[in-house]
Design a protein around this ligand. Sequence first.
Ligand code: HEM
Ligand code: HEM
Length: 161
Amino acid sequence: MIRKWLLVNALTICLIVGWSFYQGSDSYYILSAKIISQVAFVLFLVNINMYFVLLLIRKGKDRTVKVKLAKITKVMMKYHIPIAVTAVVLIVFHAVLMMSIHTLGLQNLKVISGVLAFIVLLILLFSGVLRKLKSSGFRRKFHYRMAFIFFGFIIVHIFMI
Ligand code: HEM
Ligand code: HEM
């Protein structure tokens, strides 16, 4: 089970990186901005994985697997916020680099979808802070739903030609 889940993550990363290289880059400047965003993507993916780890702990039947996952959760949650902060810093860098090249700005679909993804990211961060301040059913759902909505926006942004 855990192996399959790691495989899905690895395939997702291969797909994103593969697509990016398939698209090519006009300059080293753009290439660096893309690589920075790919690192951020991997970090966001690690955080999104929290949902599946917690789900398996709640719904799983095998006690030994659950104990193992609880240990993984402890480590992942220790780094959850530092990972989010690092990814956000990288993505701001990515956005600034891209916007400085695409001076036509909002006329470019790639830029528009990026800006939209960024706005959703701000709401996701807000939901994370709420979740940290006080845990409730609503706050939990708000946070993980925002995480998946954000993921959807990133995918649109990445595969938008
Ligand atoms: C204001 C926000 C953003 C702007 C203006 C922006 C802009 C762009 C542009 C123009 C490209 C295309 C590069 C090219 O081939 O010329 C791009 C690619 C990319 N962006 Fe963003 N982006 C933003 C936010 C994000 C966010 C939040 C993510 C999340 C991880 C992200 C991840 C990526 C990735 C992985 C690529 C490479 C995909 C490809 O090769 O087409 N970007 N971005
Ligand atoms: C990069 C953005 C982030 C993503 C993609 C993300 C994603 C997730 C996901 C999917 C979960 C599991 C939700 C569940 O099933 O209950 C989670 C849990 C959590 N997140 Fe985030 N998160 C992000 C940023 C943040 C930030 C900035 C904070 C706090 C300031 C935060 C605080 C928490 C807390 C407290 C939990 C609960 C863990 C537990 O129940 O033990 N997250 N996050």
